[in-house]
Design a protein. Structure first.
Length: 315
């Protein structure tokens, strides 16, 4: 068998288009993921990220564009790619009538050099439900089993869809440690998640997708970096006059911060936030006879950036 070509990008997507009926849910999207990195793909519901990843997994055929995984076409070269790619679907995609351990043993037998099952069982805490049928597992247990099935074959590329959804904190951290280990082994991990702290903690590269396009990408540091912008968070009674608050904290001749009531009683002030901003805020609150229960200042987070890019409206 000829040696596999050396590729700079484990996943390359260029000009991807996928339509359902007459609607393009992915419309000219470009994306790349490197070996030895975690690439997090973020986007609101309906943004096109799941369809994009399904095209890379060979589960859907693109209508236009170029998709390559390890230099191969995931649709036409599926047989060659399957032993080299791990896939974890959000719904698990697992047979429901067999015990968890039996299912994982069956998957492991499909590979020439699988990971030791005892190691995976211990790392992901599978022993406690090894004899339980898949249909009777909790959501978090199914996710751990699905992750084990995705990585047991030592993939070169791992597509992980919401890998820690429904998990308790202990399970989440076990999953995160395994993802970091895969990255350090040189695996290209492509991660889709709605958990901004997960992406912020794990990702080497972040791709934000909306309306079928990539609207921003870079490292977490690059996306949140700004020469001046910080975020002040304030907990106070709901329905404060945010326009008046913005007036109060705007420096003379300086830029006006963006002030919003994110949820009832929770406010953010984003901009050139400094000591003078905090002083002006507290003076304004005192003049309104309003007591704040919490005031914190910190850098912008990935969630702040995500909401700025994609909006706060429900979809």
């Amino acid at each position: 068998m000829p040696a596999s070509p050396v590729v700079e990008h484990a996943v390359e997507i260029a000009g991807l288009v996928k339509r359902y009926d007459d609607r393009a849910v992915v419309d000219g999207l470009d994306l790349a993921a490197r070996p030895g990195q975690v690439t997090a793909v973020l986007g609101p519901n309906g943004a096109g990220k799941t369809t994009t990843i399904e095209c890379a997994e060979g589960l859907r055929r693109p209508d236009a564009g170029r998709v390559r995984v390890l230099g191969l076409d995931p649709w036409t070269d599926a047989r060659e790619l399957r032993p080299r790619v791990g896939v974890m679907l959000q719904d698990g995609g697992l047979p429901t009538g067999v015990p968890a351990a039996q299912m994982l043993e069956h998957v492991a037998r499909m590979y020439a050099d699988p990971r030791p099952l005892a190691e995976l069982t211990d790392r992901l805490g599978l022993a406690s439900f090894a004899r339980t049928t898949v249909r009777r597992l909790s959501g978090g247990q199914r996710q751990r089993l699905a992750l084990a099935a995705a990585v047991v074959g030592r993939p070169q590329v791992a597509f992980l869809d919401e890998p820690s959804a429904g998990m308790d904190p202990q399970s989440r951290h076990a999953v995160w440690e395994l993802v970091r280990e895969l990255r350090d082994e040189g695996v290209a991990v492509v991660l889709t998640t709605h958990l901004m702290d997960e992406a912020e903690d794990l990702a080497d590269h972040v791709v934000v997708v909306d309306h079928g396009h990539v609207i921003a990408q870079g490292s977490v540091r690059e996306l949140v970096a700004s020469a001046q912008d910080r975020t002040l968070r304030l907990d106070a009674p709901p329905a404060l006059d945010v326009a008046a608050l913005a007036d109060a904290v705007t420096p003379a001749g300086g830029p006006r911060p963006v002030v919003a009531e994110v949820t009832p009683g929770s406010y953010t002030v984003v901009g050139a936030v400094g000591p003078a901003t905090v002083a002006a805020l507290t003076a304004w609150l005192a003049a309104q006879d309003v007591l704040a229960t919490r005031v914190t200042v910190g850098r912008r987070t990935l969630e702040d950036v995500f909401l700025d890019l994609t909006g706060r409206e429900l979809r």
